[in-house]
Design a protein around this ligand. Structure first.
Ligand code: SF4
Ligand code: SF4
Length: 159
C-alpha cells in the first residue's frame, strides 16, 4: 500500500456496518476498539473485514487524489462492491450525513470519464439523531438510476 490510513478511521466508525465476533460498528456506534490514533487491537483485529478491507483511497494504485482520504472528503469509496449489467459501478458511502459537493463533483467526473455508473448513499438525521434511513442517488445511465431506486424502495441491499 502506498498510503497510510492514519489519522483516518472512517471505516471503523459505523458508516459501514461491521458485525464480526466482538467487533461491531453500526451507524452512530463506532467500533469499541476504534480510537483517534487508529485500532486499539490492531495486532489481533479480525482478518475479515478489518485486515482485508481497503477503501479506494488506500488501495494500491489508487486514482483518488490525496484530499479524497475518507475522513477529509467525507466519503468512503468502494470500487468493487457493485456490478450492474456486467460492468463495475462505483459506490460512495457518506462519512457523516451528506457527501460534500466537491467530493460528489470529483466522483461524477471520474464516473463519466470511465463510463462507470456511480451510486452514493447518505444518512438521514432528524434533530441530530440518525433515523436509520439512507438516501440513495446515482450518476450515469437512467436505467441504472431507475433500477437502484426501485431496489432501494423495496428495501434491498444494493451492494
Ligand atoms: S476508510 Fe480507507 S483510509 Fe480510512 S481507515 Fe478505512 S481503509 Fe483506511
Ligand atoms: S477492530 Fe480495529 S480495525 Fe476492526 S473495526 Fe474495530 S477499530 Fe476498526
Amino acid at each position: 500500500m502506498s498510503r497510510e490510513c492514519q489519522p483516518c478511521t472512517a471505516c471503523c466508525e459505523g458508516w459501514l456496518r461491521i458485525e464480526k465476533d466482538d467487533v461491531r460498528a453500526t451507524l452512530g456506534a463506532p467500533c469499541a476498539h476504534c480510537e483517534s490514533s487508529g485500532c486499539r487491537i490492531y495486532e489481533r483485529r479480525p482478518v475479515d473485514p478489518c485486515h482485508t478491507f481497503v477503501c479506494a483511497w488506500r488501495a494500491s494504485g489508487s486514482v483518488l487524489a490525496d484530499w479524497m482520504r475518507p475522513d477529509q472528503c467525507k466519503a468512503i469509496v468502494l470500487p468493487d462492491r457493485l456490478r450492474w449489467r456486467g460492468q463495475p459501478a462505483t459506490v460512495a458511502v457518506a462519512v457523516g450525513t451528506t457527501i460534500p459537493q466537491r467530493t460528489l463533483d470529483w466522483l461524477k467526473q471520474h464516473a463519466q470519464q470511465n463510463s462507470r455508473p456511480l451510486l452514493w448513499e447518505e444518512y438521514e438525521q432528524v434533530n441530530g439523531v440518525f433515523t436509520g434511513r439512507k438516501r440513495v442517488a446515482t450518476h450515469g445511465p437512467v436505467e441504472f438510476a431507475r433500477e437502484m431506486l426501485e431496489r432501494h424502495g423495496r428495501g434491498e441491499m444494493l451492494w
